[in-house]
Design a binder for this molecule. Structure first.
Ligand code: KDG
Length: 319
């Protein structure tokens, strides 16, 4: 299997109207959860993917199982936990971007634990991916994320980690400690400019990315939204890749789509700059529709988009 991810899926309610959550009335149901978004995005791009999580024995848990099966994501390691519910989040959109409101405390996924991991399943993957959200949702999920990274490393499987820092889930000092724990275990690290500012708001984001690269990963990828991305390699090498022209509707999940695009292309043997070029296109397309999963492109969509815009690469808008 190309990519196995570990984390929390969240049923998504994305406001159709713009405005704050207390003002809007119409929502579109979808699917979110950063690591679930990565495996669905990877599967749409043609990779084989599997997911490790817990869902509740409820409507949203069943909807997720159906989604993953329809998308070709392996669900053999998804536990249906009758003791807890599948988490939910709402997206509100305004001129300042999007904001999330979570109903996830005590969710089924927060009951993930190291005992849910099967070393044989992890060792057959080419990449194991997890995130700062997975670490932050509960102590047992944090232990499971660390154990999954360690099992992967012991088997020679690449470890991918996205900081995805969410100060709503834990104080920033705690989030920084989670990052310090994960980064030395990872081969490839993704972060956004917001993540970089949460780590150190006195240094420019590229310097924060370079600092992370000095802690052990082979590659650190800084996602810069409309400014594209920067890839820093521990072996030496630094690539700045611009974004694509796109009208941003909702950037939710665009960063997860970016991760999937980068990983899928990297696994196909592409050099970092080419992987980043495809990833920025996948992220741009993901930002051009509402919700995290509905706008995720297939490989054919991405190739068509890249061919159409090959000569007009500008500062576009991905997250
Ligand atoms: O990256 C998008 C995710 O943030 C969204 O789908 C919800 O997983 C989520 C979270 O915890 O914020």
């Amino acid at each position: 299997m190309d990519i196995v991810a570990l984390g929390e899926p969240l049923a998504e309610f994305a406001a159709v109207e713009r405005g704050s959550l207390d003002e809007v009335f119409t929502f579109r149901r979808g699917w979110g959860g950063d690591t679930s978004n990565v495996v669905v995005a990877a599967a749409r791009l043609g990779a084989s993917a599997g997911y490790i999580t817990r869902v509740g024995d409820d409507a949203f848990g069943r909807a997720f199982l159906r989604l993953w099966e329809q998308e070709g994501v392996d669900t053999s390691r998804v536990v249906v936990d009758p003791e807890a519910v599948t988490g939910v989040y709402f997206i509100a959109r305004s001129d300042r971007g999007h904001s999330f409101t979570y109903y996830r405390a005590g969710s089924a996924a927060s009951r993930l634990r190291p005992g849910d991991l099967d070393p044989a399943y992890l060792s057959q993957a080419r990449v194991v991916h997890t995130s700062g959200i997975t670490q932050a949702i509960s102590p047992t999920a944090r232990e499971a994320a660390a154990a999954a990274m360690d099992m992967a490393r012991r088997s020679g499987v690449l470890v991918s980690y996205d900081l995805n820092l969410r100060p709503r889930l834990a104080p920033v000092t705690r989030l920084r400690a989670l990052v310090a724990d994960a980064v030395p275990r990872a081969d490839i690290v993704f972060l956004s400019e917001e993540d970089a500012a949460h780590l150190d708001d006195r240094r420019p984001a590229p310097a924060v990315a370079a600092d992370l690269c000095a802690c052990g990963p082979r590659l650190v990828v800084l996602k810069r939204g409309a400014a594209g991305c920067l890839v820093v390699a521990a072996a030496g090498g630094r690539w700045e890749v611009p974004s694509w022209p796109v009208e941003v509707v909702d950037a939710t999940g665009a960063g997860d789509a970016f991760d999937a695009g980068f990983l899928v292309e990297w696994l196909r043997g592409a050099p970092p700059e080419a992987a980043a070029r495809l990833a920025t296109a996948v992220g741009a397309l993901a930002a051009s529709g509402l919700g995290a999963v509905a706008p995720l492109p297939t490989r054919a969509d991405v190739e068509k988009f890249m061919a159409q815009h090959a000569n007009s690469r500008t500062k576009g808008g991905t997250e």
